[in-house]
Design a protein around this ligand. Structure first.
Ligand code: PLP
Ligand code: ZN
Length: 410
């Protein structure tokens, strides 16, 4: 299969172009750089090339910035798209779907972006993989670097959930707990990347890394029978994923694979860290940074790098960006588990909370196709729901105990 391995980066603000190197800001205007593709060079028919590809995100290799290397690939992606009949009936939606992207090598969507970034780091000859992380990214970098035989150093805020720290530690990276919040960790990593030749997946490799998010747009379109949904609900941290899901759908349209993109792109944030939702509600163009305070740690970015672009995509497509409280987040986790059998982390609770709000506000038509992105697995944030689950009923191993204590409960 012919590959779309790109040789160019382009500034999203002024359009200046650069050769494909480990750089991420425009020298002329300090705008962020993005990978550009030569669509003329794509395999034809593109849809056929995709459908015969591997059952992972690498089936979309032609629209990604780097080749798959089977020796280091952990095969992220190709996660289930579930028709959510029970939750849909409760919300008045016949065509509600859950994109369950907690089903990934390290149990979050970050395996997609990191799969691309580590393959790119190898291509550029880096020896150390690194990241600034709210937890899930560190898990993915540690695992993918281990398989690629690279040293890894992951930087996290000091107050992360135990499960996320453990899930990084098992792959034996160096874990650096920084006394500060994510935004401070991120600034430190940008400084280190200036001085040391390390592959910071979401700093100096960010243009490549971010492209992995497109595969969550590609996959949903393919799983719906090659069409774009009417609505998507995407959790927003830096805003990159939201922007790239939309870019993925637009690319499939531009290359003639799907007929149109009617999709309204909605964003979901936690009230305790809602800089993008605030700007949306106030009709602002600029994002005012906030100090995060929420149980949705994986979305706790107070100064989001792609916030302004996420805002633009939501506005241009007719979507909304809303925020929900910590109570609504826990309720969202609970509803999704109880009604659809999917246990998600706090970020997924944010998505379900916003889905519910949008449904209550009458944003969806009853027959419209709505896709909610569930991006991480529940055990990672066990602390958030410990008080919400009913403890087990303890009995002696006798039929009498069963009948007196259990029967009336079930
Ligand atoms: C990182 C992350 C997101 C969103 O990330 P962006 O920075 O907005 O691209 C969503 N859900 C989970 C679980 C994440 O870890
Ligand atoms: Zn520029």
């Amino acid at each position: 299969m012919v590959n779309g391995e790109s040789q160019q980066l382009k500034c999203r603000e002024c359009g200046a172009t650069y050769p494909a190197e480990p750089i991420y800001v425009c020298e002329k205007c300090f705008g962020p750089l993005e990978v550009v593709y030569d669509y003329e060079a794509l395999p034809r028919p593109l849809r056929g090339a995709i459908e015969t590809g591997p059952k992972s995100m690498w089936r979309y290799e032609a629209l990604l910035p780097v080749h798959r290397d089977r020796e280091i690939d952990l095969a992220p992606g190709y996660s289930p798209l579930l028709h959510a009949g029970r939750l849909g009936r409760r919300l008045g939606l016949r065509e509600l779907y859950i994109k369950n992207d907690s089903v990934n090598p390290t149990w979050s969507f970050k395996d997609r972006v990191v799969g691309i970034a580590i393959a790119t780091a190898k291509r550029f000859g880096f020896e150390v993989a690194a990241c600034a992380s709210t937890g899930n990214l560190a898990n993915a970098v540690a695992a993918h670097a281990a398989r690629a035989g690279m040293r890894a150093c992951v930087f996290i805020p000091h107050d992360l959930e135990r499960g996320k720290v453990l899930m990084s530690g098992i792959y034996r990276p160096t874990i650096v707990e920084v006394e500060g919040n994510y935004d401070q960790v991120n600034r430190l990593c940008a400084e280190i990347a200036e001085e040391h030749r390390w592959a910071f997946v979401n700093v100096n490799l960010r243009p490549y890394y971010a492209e992995g998010g497109k595969t969550l747009g590609f996959e949903v379109a393919e799983q719906l029978g090659w069409r774009a949904p009417d609505h998507v609900i995407v959790p927003v941290a830096s805003g990159s994923l939201l922007v790239k899901i939309h870019k993925g759908l637009v690319e499939l349209h531009q290359t003639g694979v799907i007929p149109s993109v009617p999709t309204k792109v909605h964003g979901a944030q936690a009230a305790g860290c809602a800089p993008v939702a605030n700007a949306f509600a106030e009709g602002q163009q600029q994002i005012r940074p906030v100090k995060p305070h929420t149980i949705a740690r994986s979305l706790a970015i107070g100064d989001p790098a792609d916030g302004r672009y996420a805002l633009g995509v939501a506005r241009e497509t007719g979507g909304r960006i809303l925020s929900v409280t910590d109570e609504e987040i826990v309720e969202g986790i609970q509803i999704l588990a109880e009604m659809e059998g999917v246990f998600t982390e706090t970020a997924g609770g944010v998505t379900v909370g916003v889905l519910k709000r949008l449904a209550e506000e009458g944003v969806f038509g009853p027959d419209e196709t709505v896709v909610a992105y569930i991006t991480g697995m529940g055990l990672k944030t066990a602390e958030a729901v410990e008080d919400a689950v009913t403890p087990p009923v303890a009995i002696r191993p006798t039929l009498a105990d069963f009948e007196s204590s259990v029967l009336s409960l079930v």
